[in-house]
Design a protein around this ligand. Structure first.
Ligand SMILES: O=C(O)C[C@H]1C=CC(=O)O1
Length: 98
């Protein structure tokens, strides 16, 4: 199942800098692990915002939920999820679309 996920990060300015850098490093490592596994298939920075647009390819909505909850920066994120399915006009088959 494909999901479009819009993550906006808002970290309080008064948090300890070392703590924040550690969270970001953990977030990056987990994100890259999920990308290597083919579950987090795209991540794009939204220009001018501390936000990203991502595409996830997971087995279920529940799996995506668990992944999002496990993100180290999740407590500081607003997350909007949109479920995707094949468009009838798409020239790609579902596998290629991933
Ligand atoms: O920077 C972000 O967009 C937030 C988050 C998502 C992946 C990652 O490494 O950080």
């Amino acid at each position: 199942m494909l999901f479009h996920v819009h993550m906006t990060v808002d970290i309080p300015l008064d948090l300890d800098k070392a703590y924040v850098e550690n969270l970001k490093a953990k977030e990056k490592a987990l994100s890259q692990e999920l990308q290597q596994q083919g579950k987090w298939t795209h991540i794009w920075r939204i220009v001018g915002q501390y936000a990203n647009i991502s595409i996830f390819n997971v087995d279920s909505a529940g799996e995506l939920h668990d992944i999002l909850m496990s993100l180290p920066l999740y407590p500081f994120m607003q997350v909007e999820v949109t479920a995707l399915c094949q468009h009838y006009s798409s020239v790609k088959n579902e596998e290629e679309a991933h």
